[in-house]
Ligand binder design. Sequence first.
Ligand code: PLP
Length: 412
Amino acid sequence: MFASAMVETGKKRSTIREIFEFGRARAKIVGRENIFDFSLGNPNVPAPLLVTETIKKLVEETPAELLHGYTSAPGGEDVRTSIANNLNERFGTDFRYGNLYMTVGAAASLSITLRALSEPEDEFMVFAPFFPEYRCWIENTAKAKCVVVPPRIEDFQINFKAMEESLTPHTKAVIINSPNNPGGTVYTEETIKKLAEILEAYSVKYGHPIFLISDEPYREIVYDGFITPFVTKYYKNTIVCYSYSKSLSMPGERIGYVLVPSEVTCFEDAYAAICGAGRVLGYVNAPALFQRVVAECTSLTSDISIYERNRDLLYNGLTSMGFKCVKPMGAFYLFPQSPEADEVAFCERAQKHDLLLVPGRDFGCPGHVRIAYCVKTEMIERALPVFEKLAAEYKWAKDKGKYNKIILRVRK
Ligand code: PLP
């Protein structure tokens, strides 16, 4: 009677949500302050003050029919011009409003882009570790095949050998996400150049463009002065999916965009397909008020230094306890190796201490766990001794001066 795939998707809550709900229920028993919930990527750093002031100003000053009225489907022309100008200033690009399509956050940007590109038998490639919703959108929205490239564990840059082995004449696009959820990795310029080279070569080999979908909700959240290469400058068939959920700390307001550069093959059709997919998926237009808010706040971000402090505290704390972890250069996630091969068992053990972590297999990378540190610094300070207790349940084996394996000391 109902679409079985939708029933199945609707009944299956994501592991992250399950853990989050467990934390809420548990907080009622032991008190919120005794739960160390690192499960959700919900920014705790407030939106910049100017965002709040702009909302107030717009609500008070915009004529009623404009304030809450429909906008044009791709978004207000002035809004898109403002975003294009900001990108051009920052990245030396040459975008105009006609390159942008406003969306209901990155989730919509991605599902629209996937729907716009997808034809029968198409494959979309993702690199582990990857955001789990990609599979949902590729399989359900685009009705295509999701091809997973295994991770390069040592630094979470791209595993190019495995990528080349996974490319086929059906590959329509590859999705990258840098800064990365859950790895915290930022792709280096070298990685982006190599990726572009391979995509160029295989586009020629297969006689059709292979698109690069760059999912960038964490673009501005980078540390130690690292600069995220702006991907459209390296590969012409790039489509950018952006959102203000993380950079301006407003995931609940649902605002972002798709950027289609004019250099993209058959640009007019590409942009029309984005508009068509937005229409077919029933988006109508992105929230009118928040289109105007972001247009006035293009050069702002939330206070990234708070995330950087959290990263340092957690990374230094955990590695000094013996956890092995690639140092994250961006986003707000730490993705350490689990001390036992079965990271679900490790997460369950952590849960007994009311430490809520997410198993890596959900991100296509078993043996690791995700720790979202977009939380209060004070909670991390209180959680470190708890991590210490958890670590003490394992005996760390040393090999050539480096730990390599951790053996369970107690199991009761
Ligand atoms: N892509 C990645 C990598 C994410 O981490 C998220 C949200 O956490 C999204 C997309 C969806 O973002 P939005 O809330 O803007 O839809």
